[in-house]
Design a protein around this ligand. Structure first.
Ligand code: ABN
Length: 168
C-alpha cells in the first residue's frame, strides 16, 4: 500500500500547490449554493402521464370528473356519467375525490360509485387515480371493489357524480 500513500500524497501536494484555500472554499460554496437551488427548479408534474386534452366527452378518461377513476366508465357501458347501466345497481359504498373543472377552474367534490350486479363492462378503461390513497386508507382508495358491500359483489363500471363545490 506504499505506492498508494505516495500516489495520494503527490496528488494532494500538486493540488495544494495549484489551489489556494480561498479559491477552494469559493468553489465549494458555489457547488453547495447550486445544490441548494435544485429543489426550486420547476417540475413537470405531468411526467409519466400523457398531457390530458380538455374534453367535454364523458366517455373519455380525460373528462375532468374522472380524475380519480380506476375502472370502466359507465358512460360507455349503457349508463351515463352519473347513472348505472340497466341491470346494475349503484353500490352502497362510494369513495370521494376532488377534481378541477377546467371550464370554471373550480374544484368539485366527486363521488365515485361502482355499479354492481354484472361482470366487468370491459369498455373505456380509465385509470387516473388522482388523490387515490393506498388500500390501507380505504376511504379514499379507488383500487377496491366497492361492490363488496352490495347485494351483488360483481363490479361492472364506475360513475363520477358531482356532489358540490369543494371548499378551500
Ligand atoms: N372501484 C373500482 C374497482 C373495482 C374492482 C376492482 C378494482 C377497482
Amino acid at each position: 500500500m506504499r505506492w498508494f500513500d505516495e500516489f495520494s500524497e503527490r496528488g494532494s501536494r500538486r493540488l495544494a500547490q495549484r489551489t489556494s484555500r480561498r479559491s477552494a472554499l469559493a468553489r465549494l460554496g458555489k457547488v453547495l449554493f447550486g445544490a441548494a437551488l435544485v429543489p426550486l427548479l420547476p417540475v413537470d408534474r405531468m411526467v409519466g402521464r400523457a398531457h390530458a386534452a380538455v374534453t367535454d366527452d364523458p366517455r373519455s378518461c380525460d373528462y375532468w370528473r374522472h380524475c380519480g377513476v380506476d375502472g370502466w366508465l359507465c358512460s360507455c357501458c349503457g349508463g351515463s356519467v352519473s347513472s348505472c347501466p340497466p341491470g346494475t345497481e349503484v353500490g352502497t359504498i362510494t369513495w370521494v375525490g376532488t377534481c378541477r373543472n377546467p371550464a370554471d377552474n373550480t374544484d368539485y367534490i366527486v363521488s365515485y360509485n361502482d355499479c354492481c350486479g354484472k361482470g366487468s363492462c370491459g369498455r373505456c378503461q380509465c385509470l387516473r387515480s388522482e388523490a387515490d390513497t393506498p388500500v390501507y386508507r380505504p376511504q379514499s382508495s379507488n383500487d377496491i371493489n366497492w361492490c363488496l358491500g352490495s347485494t351483488s359483489a360483481h363490479y361492472h363500471c364506475t360513475t363520477s357524480v358531482v356532489l358540490g363545490v369543494a371548499r378551500k
